[in-house]
Design a protein around this ligand. Structure first.
Ligand code: PAP
Length: 335
């Protein structure tokens, strides 16, 4: 893999046309109150968006041109996006820097694998240099991805997480980001909205199933990963990821501990303690909010038995016959 310097001739994301239409479009879309007072969500193509994200998502749908070599890290929010970006970046470009010079030590993973629907500058996606192949992130559901992503040979790595932990992570995330003058829905109220699919990027099951089905139809294009599996055996999952990306670890690399080095530098404990992630920020979002606990099954500290029952029923109903299961505790694999 080579690197190239920034070329201004590459496509920019022309947001102006969408800006002009957005207000009119919003008036035609179903609207719901978000989880924080004063915020609104709009239903576009079956999924809920905040207006500023919808604007970029539509622009991306219209203008983003994927290359066959691109890699897209796709997730539903709070399913391990930051972790997967770090792992994919470190695996793809591992021969371009030594471990102690890794850009991850000075840049948050969201800077190194910018998200399409947050207004990425395609002329200058990464700090300092353009890595090839290009690496982007997205929360856009499979059905709404730009046609060029679906039609090209670019690869998609999707990661999901059990919906109970995802919900708890998201509720805390909204709390950490909230302006002090705004109120967050109670856990009960937010849970009800979550179960009805109303949060940015929801509904959860439709998001996950869109990528799940696509990955079953085209396993060479879409790799489907689960947060819990990475927690259980990161080395095995990293090797799988590298193989899928077409950059398998060599025998020498495996013997030399490269897999473990990457797992280590991308670990929650390591990333959380870096200066950039403790004190840095991007677009007004402090990076520290992306590193809360990094644990599996934290939901058991928050959800009541009736909440668990409601979500378990939903899991069963939505995933029935899909072949997709979630590990909800150290013992179970549901449905
Ligand atoms: P995003 O989709 O908004 O980018 P994302 O990175 O998916 O967010 O969510 C953060 C969650 O991933 C947090 O989970 P928690 O609230 O349950 O703690 C965060 O702690 C966890 N996380 C971040 N980095 C890592 C990592 N390196 N390893 C494991 N989990 C991580």
């Amino acid at each position: 893999m080579d690197t190239a310097t920034t070329s201004k001739a590459e496509i920019a994301s022309p947001i102006q046309d969408v800006d002009d239409e957005l207000q009119q479009l919003l008036q035609t879309l179903p609207e719901e109150q978000g989880w924080v007072s004063g915020s609104s969500l709009y239903l576009y193509q079956g999924f809920w968006y905040a207006p500023h994200i919808l604007k970029h998502a539509i622009s991306c749908q219209r203008h983003f041109q994927a290359s066959d070599s691109d890699v897209i890290v796709a997730t539903s929010p709070k399913c391990g996006t930051t972790w997967l970006k770090a792992l994919t970046f470190s695996t793809l470009y591992r021969n371009q820097f030594t471990r102690d010079e890794s850009p991850l030590l000075t840049f948050n993973p969201h800077r190194l694998a910018p998200s399409l629907e947050y207004g990425v500058d395609l002329n200058n996606p990464c700090p300092g240099r353009v890595y090839k192949p290009r690496l982007f992130g997205t929360h856009i559901p499979y059905a709404s991805l730009p046609a060029s992503i679906k039609d090209s040979d670019c690869k998609i790595v999707y990661m999901c997480r059990n919906p109970m932990d995802m919900f708890i992570s998201f509720w805390h995330f909204r709390d950490m980001l909230r302006d002090e003058s705004k109120e967050l829905l109670s856990l009960d109220e937010a849970f009800d909205k979550f179960c009805r699919g109303i949060y940015f990027s929801g509904p959860f099951f439709e998001h996950v199933l869109g990528y799940w089905k696509a990955s079953r139809e085209n396993p060479n294009k879409i790799l489907f990963l689960k947060y819990e599996d990475l927690k259980e055996d990161i080395s095995c999952q990293l090797k799988h990821l590298a193989m899928f990306l077409g950059v398998p670890f060599t025998e020498d690399e495996e013997k030399g501990g490269v897999v473990e080095e990457i797992a280590n530098i991308c670990s929650f404990e390591k990333l959380k303690e870096l200066e950039v992630n403790k004190n840095g920020s991007q677009n007004g979002i402090p990076y520290k909010v992306f590193f809360r606990k990094g644990k599996v099954w934290d939901w058991s500290n928050y959800l009541t038995p009736s909440m668990v029952e409601r979500l378990e029923k939903l899991i069963q109903e939505k995933l029935d016959k899909s072949g997709l299961t979630f590990k909800l505790s150290s013992k179970s694999s549901k449905p």
